[in-house]
Design a protein. Structure first.
Length: 480
């Protein structure tokens, strides 16, 4: 391992009465990318907040380049050379790229020309194709992530924490983020990279550390890391492989002809079948989400409103009681029975909560996503539309989400899934509609294609599909 930049020994941290970090030890080398993985609630977020200055250290020691380190605020952390890029970026949409780049530096209030001169210097070191005067809110998420990389470079960061930045990115955008991370490493910067997709973590990192129950239980070289071993270290158990034969199409639940919507360049003809899952994929500007929203509206109109649509974490759901969301669809329960059922569902999804009467917004981001999936488990709707159902959740919760989808189709529901995770599409869906520049360029049986074929269609609008041999029907895919 390279010379140590950050050394953490015996770190303890509490959130209220909960003992989250329990004597955690961790080291990060100079110019090293260290991947950090763990289930929701394992202590990753608390570790990030402590290293990044949002939480003051309670017990233990931290050394940064051999000197005592214990920031009392994010500003103190940045002064020491530690910067954080958060998942939601938290930047006002009207702020320009250069203003965001310099907002924590001594040029934050400098004349615009002086800011632009400095911005050009930083931009020139990266080769990024970004307009320094463009408002942050006009950038797509990949552009926003690159703009944040410019910010940490301008701040002179020695250690950058990527806090699940890739969760909102598609596969192509993740590759751009990885290229930016490698540029940071080449400039001598170290990176702590947190993500839930294990293949992404191992592809980018030099080493991978696994956190479980507030301590680091394993650190492995990324090129030797096996996904199954990482899962076992994270959960203290393995996960079964997903063996699923091709599901036959059931009754036609919804047929659309000439479906039009903003974002679609031409009308779409499509049929949803009960007992099957239709995946919808495409790059961010492909029209994939526009198609999903249009299908949800058509299902609402043609099935007497019997459609369940989970589009992430809505404001209404965030304000709702946890017990109500977790037991949605269960009728005839009194308050005591509803609370019992919610308790069982919270255990099934391994959620960290101490008060089921509290609003969903009190949960962690990962547990909020779990609550969203749990909310459709007992739905009576004929059509279920799920947008990025496993975004931001750990591998164990992802397995439970897949089980919910399996249970829905076993009850004859037609399920539509919008996702940017191609491995998930092939292991969970029966068919996949691929969009390119506002057009549905292919509707494929997932048993007959692999990720490369789907990506070719998404990138170029065309492909030469190759049959993929899969014994027993569909490819067997671990739930990582």
């Amino acid at each position: 391992m390279p010379h140590t930049l950050l050394e953490i020994r015996g770190l303890h941290q509490y959130r209220g009465f909960r003992h989250v970090l329990r004597g955690l030890d961790l080291t990060i080398g100079h110019a090293e990318i260290l991947g950090l993985v763990g289930r929701n609630g394992s202590g990753k977020s608390t570790l990030i907040k402590t290293v990044g200055g949002q939480l003051a250290p309670r017990e233990g020691t931290m050394l940064l380049d051999g000197a005592p380190y214990g920031p009392q605020s994010p500003a103190q952390a940045r002064e020491a050379g530690v910067s954080v890029i958060e998942q939601d970026f938290a930047v006002a949409p009207e702020v320009t790229v250069v203003e965001n780049m310099l907002r924590h530096t001594d040029l934050a209030q400098a004349p615009r020309q002086e800011q632009l001169m400095r911005g050009v210097q930083v931009l020139g070191r990266t080769g990024f194709d970004l307009d320094l005067e463009r408002p942050f809110g006009e950038l797509d998420p990949a552009g926003q992530a690159l703009a944040e990389v410019l910010r940490v470079q301008a701040e002179g960061a020695r250690l950058v924490i990527f806090d699940e930045v890739s969760a909102v990115l598609d596969d192509l955008e993740i590759s751009q983020l990885h290229a930016a991370a490698r540029l940071l490493r080449e400039s001598g910067c170290s990176i702590l990279h947190i993500a839930h997709r294990l293949e992404e973590v191992t592809a980018l990192s030099d080493r991978v550390a696994v956190v479980r129950d507030g301590v680091v239980v394993e650190v492995v070289d990324a090129d030797r890391a096996e996904a199954d071993d990482l899962v076992r270290a994270m959960l203290d158990r393995g996960l079964p492989e997903r063996h699923q034969a091709q599901r036959p199409a059931g009754r036609e639940v919804l047929t659309v002809r000439g479906l039009a919507a903003d974002g679609l360049a031409e009308p779409v003809d499509l049929t949803l079948h009960g007992g099957q899952v239709l995946g919808v994929v495409g790059l961010r500007t492909s029209g994939a989400r526009d198609l999903v929203l249009a299908l949800a509206r058509q299902a609402e109109a043609h099935t007497d409103g019997r459609v369940a649509h989970v589009a992430g974490r809505s404001d209404d759901q965030l304000e709702a009681r946890q017990s109500d969301v977790l037991t949605a669809g269960l009728e005839g329960l009194d308050e005591h029975e509803r609370l019992q059922a919610a308790f069982v569902r919270a255990i099934e999804f391994e959620m960290e909560t101490s008060n089921l009467h509290a609003p969903v917004k009190n949960l962690s981001g990962g547990d909020q996503q779990k609550a969203s999936i749990a909310s459709v488990a007992e739905t009576t709707a004929d059509v279920v539309v799920l947008e990025h159902p496993t975004r931001g959740v750990d591998v164990g919760a992802r397995t439970r989400a897949y089980d919910v989808v399996d249970e829905l189709v076993a009850r004859g529901k037609a399920v539509v899934v919008l996702t940017s995770d191609l491995s998930e599409v092939l292991s969970m869906c029966d068919r996949v509609a691929v969009l390119h520049q506002g057009r549905v360029v292919a509707v494929l049986d997932t048993a007959d294609v692999d990720e490369d074929v789907v990506m070719d269609y998404a990138l170029t609008g065309a492909s030469a599909p190759r049959r993929v041999s899969r014994e027993g029907g569909r490819r067997s895919a671990p739930r990582h």
